[in-house]
Design a protein around this ligand. Structure first.
Ligand SMILES: [Zn+2]
Ligand SMILES: [Zn+2]
Length: 259
């Protein structure tokens, strides 16, 4: 089993990271992708400890759409800083998370688009897969990824909560689709239906911890070990054994992140 998207360097895990990692390994996790934010110095500083405790973990690094506004007017410098950080942060296998979030709108939408577009270009230049966050911004997400002119698109739509049409477009474009704990929620019938339509060879699972704990842990701090519940729900929906789904996820993770 693999957690394809977690924030283990988040402050939420600073106090008991060793136990969190021990539980993840105890639950059978082989690896994980730990997502870091370029402008979160404390988080970046904690990354080496995550790597030391869990040598098979890999990292993604990027500018989150929530924080895009901080880079308005100095985007060129930010991209050059990001390029250097990607080259110098050991264990980095992806550019992300990047994208658009029109649900929270924590940054102006035009700035989100500029920051996303520039990072899509950087991912192409550096030949890195992208970890894409998109919420209530499907048309603009598709437009920006398509205007880069790369097919197949190397990357994953993480914590997928979008429409069946977005999932179809992603699969047609070469992207992987990753589901988080939301897929376990009782009322998430439509999302489970989307997950059911994603073939095993394009599927990933994640926690996005410390947020979005799956059933039966909903409402508590989430952690990588809980990704098993996400996988269990999707395996049940698809009618495949959990082991088969876990093996597929491990292959996909290796294929996408070269890990
Ligand atoms: Zn996200
Ligand atoms: Zn995330």
């Amino acid at each position: 089993m693999i957690d394809s998207h977690c924030h283990l360097a988040d402050e939420a895990f600073a106090a008991d990271l060793d136990q969190v990692v021990a539980r993840a390994r105890g639950a059978g996790l082989l690896a994980a992708l730990c997502v870091l934010a370029l402008d979160e110095a404390d988080e970046l500083a904690r990354a080496p400890r995550v790597a030391a405790l869990w040598p098979s973990i890999h990292f993604a690094l990027g500018i989150h759409p929530h924080q895009a506004g901080r880079f308005a007017g100095r985007l060129d410098q930010a991209i050059s800083d990001l390029r250097v950080a990607l080259q110098t942060t050991s264990g980095t296998r992806a550019l992300g998370e990047i994208g658009l979030d029109y649900h929270y709108d924590l940054s102006p939408r035009d700035v989100q688009r500029d920051v996303f577009r520039a990072q899509v270009a950087l991912a192409g230049e550096m030949h890195l897969p992208m970890v894409v966050h998109t919420r209530e911004a499907e048309a603009d997400t598709i437009a920006i990824l398509e205007e880069a002119g790369r097919k197949p698109i190397a990357g994953v739509l993480h914590c997928f909560t979008g429409s069946p049409e977005l999932a179809r477009w992603a699969l047609d474009s070469g992207l992987y689709v990753s589901f988080a704990g939301i897929v376990t929620f009782a009322n998430a019938h439509a999302l489970r239906e989307v997950a059911n339509g994603v073939p095993l060879d394009r599927l990933l699972v994640e926690t996005d911890c410390p947020y979005l704990a799956p059933v039966p842990f909903r409402g508590t701090r989430n952690e990588p070990a809980h990704v098993v519940e996400v996988a269990r729900t999707i395996a049940r929906t698809k009618g495949v054994p959990l082991d088969e789904l876990a093996a597929a996820v491990a292959r996909n993770f290796a294929e996408l992140f070269g890990a």
